[in-house]
Write a protein that binds this ligand. Structure first.
Ligand code: 3HC
Ligand code: NAI
Length: 703
């Protein structure tokens, strides 16, 4: 019987049980209307003698996906979520939550405010607020430890991971695990059983998992030490530890008050704004226009040409997605090496105990190899990952054109080469697309989907579908030298090299950028990737380089000595005895000094702040050019590229978001100031100038 409803929460009576269904697609987020309606539902239950108990369920796939992230940063509206949770917990009739899908953040906090909890097999429970720069702010930091102890609560809150139904039951987050997929059926059965047993309200605020004070203190000290080491500039993790400590030391209401204060501090932090931007931006990049306009072609098998660094990594990514792979190499020896490169990844997982040897065998059974292109006759999609040489690429595509079935998608993993030219040379340019993976391709999340002029929309849609299957973060890019990421990288790389020649050491530059939030500085990355790759690109571009442009030769001097980085034992740093972490090299410093003298540069000192300003200004300016020339659809596509492919600190949102945070007039003023020394390099992007003139920001172009 329907007893009244305030959308988006429905209420219906089932005997003496009031079923309260949250129905706010797509994920039942706790927007203000939902919060209001939940309070009304509980008030109604308390005031109605016909109601013996309340059952909370979510409609669709999700229980509740959390607070409404779109409300963050806007004026807060009552009722606040912590008050909604307190109201549920204070209900005088038993409240049961039946969780059949994601119960995350505020969603789990609602469930913890219920008196009994039930999970169905597809339930996923977690407190992922840390990933948005927040802490659980609706009682989660106080109720979770009281229910499952400080150690387990801290693990969930600091990692942000989701626990499955079985684990949630084991932890004590839920009281019962039940088969099935209908939360109303399972929830009603459980609630009836509770009523028959005479179950009473049971409030999590009174739960006793914190009774052993010594154990809690040990867990908190350990989490604090670990977090201080690992949080690397992040603001909210230590606040989480503080809040859980309050749960142990303070009465419930005082703990809640402290949690609220800490939550508001996190909410107001630029890190929260950066992380929320990243959350929405990476969902937005997956929706390229072609994915709306066309249906993807089916992909049930994949060919890969080349079994080197990238071909093998891509093969692992594809195999991990459950698809069969056919690898083509030049000869038997290269093919055996290609297979070994793939196996090595799985052997590593077996050695670490992450998978069983049988699992490796099962995956490798889906791998096949050949030296004949004819083996690709029936595959749905081919990814070419051979040497970065136009002649070799043309030869490979001619073979693909000859053997592949009509409609097969033909993709290239080229880093820089002109994909229009590759496509134009064969009879089916409409089937050719760029799939630019990043190394190691089985780990790095970014996939640039490069869209040549004549490709058909359904091929682009297929590429996005493949990204989803491979669990990659796709970004649509246009054709140009380096697409979005490598094109911008080349520019800010030059800024770093200019600073090195002008007086900053590579070690200072690396440190300044690590302090900014990068896991590694650019010279460490160069040593890791191998200096020979950039060297080859510079040689390729030498003929077309503007002869008036500044060209710093320090990297060439190192490469001429065979110092390519880690793989040769030295690059910008020394790696004695195969060390993974380098040490500064006085010989490199001497080479830099000699190059400064040769170029007639009198070295000057740089502050860390100036290093960051110059590096970022170069990145942002070229980012603006890339948007202006429609290589990237929007500034947010540049942001996602840099967060997922180039180590840009996620909590700063991406370079374009960071530029908005600093203020575009300031960035433009920096560029104009730097242009006094080198007007060829520091040319303000027309888009940046235009936005500053209009008083607008990059965010205005993301809509
Ligand atoms: N608020 C607002 N919108 C949300 C949202 C939320 N909490 N969670 C997801 N969405 C939106 C997405 O932006 C997307 O919108 P779009 O279709 O317009 O792009 C849509 O819902 C679907 O999201 P996904 O594509 O991510 O869908 P999936 O099915 O792959 O995943 C999910 C569903 C697991 C719920 C995933 O969306 C997710 O992890 N969401 C975030 C969960 C979260 O972080 N919750 C904590 C919020 S903070 C909080 O609760 C504070 C509290 O402690 C006070
Ligand atoms: P690699 O040198 O490790 O591997 C290339 C492989 O292609 C070799 O195993 C070689 O035997 C094989 N090969 C060459 N010609 C062939 C042919 N005609 N038929 C079949 N196989 C052939 O090179 P890597 O690094 O894997 O690069 C491959 C491509 O991926 C290049 O286009 C590169 O620009 C691009 N790329 C490289 C990245 C990196 O970080 N290494 C990142 C992203 C893209």
């Amino acid at each position: 019987m329907e007893t009244g409803a305030t959308a988006p929460v429905a209420r219906s009576m089932h005997g003496d049980i009031l079923v309260v269904t949250i129905d706010n697609p797509p994920v039942n987020a706790l927007g203000v209307d939902v919060r209001r309606a939940l309070v009304e539902a509980i008030d109604a239950a308390d005031g109605d003698a016909a109601v013996a108990a309340v059952l909370l369920v979510g409609s669709g796939k999700t229980f509740i996906g959390g607070a409404d992230i779109r409300e963050f940063g806007k004026p807060p509206m009552t009722p606040f979520l912590p008050d909604v949770c307190n109201r549920i917990e204070a209900c005088t009739k038993p409240v049961v939550a039946a969780i059949h899908g994601a119960a995350l953040g505020g969603g789990l906090e609602i469930a913890l405010s219920a008196h009994y909890r039930l999970a169905l097999p597809a339930a996923r429970l977690g407190l992922p607020e840390v990933q948005l720069g927040l802490l659980p702010g609706a009682g989660g930091t106080q109720r979770t430890p009281r229910l499952i102890g400080a150690a387990a609560a801290l693990d969930l809150m600091l990692s942000g991971r989701h626990a499955g139904a079985a684990e949630a039951a084991k932890l004590g987050l839920v009281d019962r695990l039940v088969e099935g997929d209908d939360p109303v059926v399972a929830g009603l059965a459980y609630t009836r059983e509770l009523l028959q047993m005479g179950a009473r309200v049971r409030r999590t605020r009174d739960a006793t998992a914190l009774a052993d004070a010594d154990a809690q203190k040990t867990a908190i000290d350990a989490a604090r030490a670990e977090t201080a080491k690992k949080a690397r500039g992040l603001f909210s993790p230590l606040k989480i530890v503080d809040a859980v400590q309050a749960a142990v030391e303070l009465p419930f209401d005082d703990g809640l008050a402290l949690e609220r204060k800490l939550f508001m501090e996190c909410l107001d932090s630029p890190q929260r704004a950066g992380l929320v931007h990243a959350f929405f931006a990476e969902r937005e990049t997956a929706k390229a226009p072609e994915t709306r306009a066309a249906k993807p072609r089916p992909i049930n098998s994949v060919g890969i040409v080349g079994g080197g660094t990238m071909g093998a990594g891509i093969a692992v990514a594809v195999l991990d997605a459950g698809l069969p792979v056919t690898m083509i190499e030049r000869d038997d020896e290269a093919l055996a090496r290609g297979r070994k490169n793939v196996e090595k990844v799985y052997d590593g997982l077996v050695a670490k105990g992450r998978i069983k040897p049988e699992a490796k065998e099962a995956v490798m059974a889906r791998w096949s190899g050949s030296t004949s292109y004819d083996a690709l006759a029936q595959v749905d999609l081919v990814i070419e990952a051979v040497f970065e040489d136009m002649g070799v690429k043309h030869a490979v595509f001619a073979e693909l054109d000859r053997v592949c079935k009509p409609g097969a998608v033909l993709a290239t993993n080229t880093s820089y080469l002109d994909i229009d030219q590759i496509a134009a040379a064969i009879s089916r340019p409409q089937d050719v697309v760029g799939l630019h993976f990043f190394s190691p391709a089985n780990i790095m999340k970014l996939l640039e989907i490069v869209v040549p002029a004549n490709v058909s929309s359904d091929v682009v849609a297929t590429a996005f579908e493949l990204a989803k299957k491979l669990r990659k973060v796709p970004v649509r890019a246009g054709v140009c030298d380096g697409f979005i990421g490598n094109r911008i990288l080349a520019v800010y790389g030059q800024a770093a090299h200019a600073m090195m020649e002008d007086g900053a050491s590579p070690y200072q530059i690396d440190k300044a950028l690590r302090d900014f939030g990068y896991p590694m500085g650019p010279f460490q990355v160069s040593d890791l990737a191998g200096g020979d790759i950039g060297w080859a690109t510079r040689k390729r571009r030498a003929a077309t380089r503007d002869p008036r442009a500044r060209y710093v030769q320090i990297a060439d001097r190192l490469c001429e000595r065979g110092w390519f980085g880690q793989k040769t034992g030295r690059g910008y740093y020394l790696y004695p005895d195969g060390a993974r972490v380098g040490t500064p090299d006085p010989e490199v410093e001497a080479i830099i000094d000699a190059e400064r003298a040769r170029a007639g540069v009198t070295p000057r000192s740089f502050s860390d702040d100036e290093i960051v300003r110059r590096y970022l200004a170069a990145m942002i300016n070229e980012g603006a050019n890339v948007v202006h020339q429609k290589i990237a659809l929007r500034p947010l596509d540049v942001d996602v590229t840099f967060v997922h492919g180039y180590g840009f600190p996620r909590y700063r949102g991406g370079p374009m978001k960071y530029a908005d945070t600093v203020g575009l007039p300031k960035i433009l003023a920096d560029i104009r100031e730097f242009a006094n020394e080198d007007p060829i390099f520091w040319q303000p992007s027309p888009l940046l100038v235009e936005l500053v003139e209009q008083g607008a920001d990059f965010a205005s172009l993301n809509k």
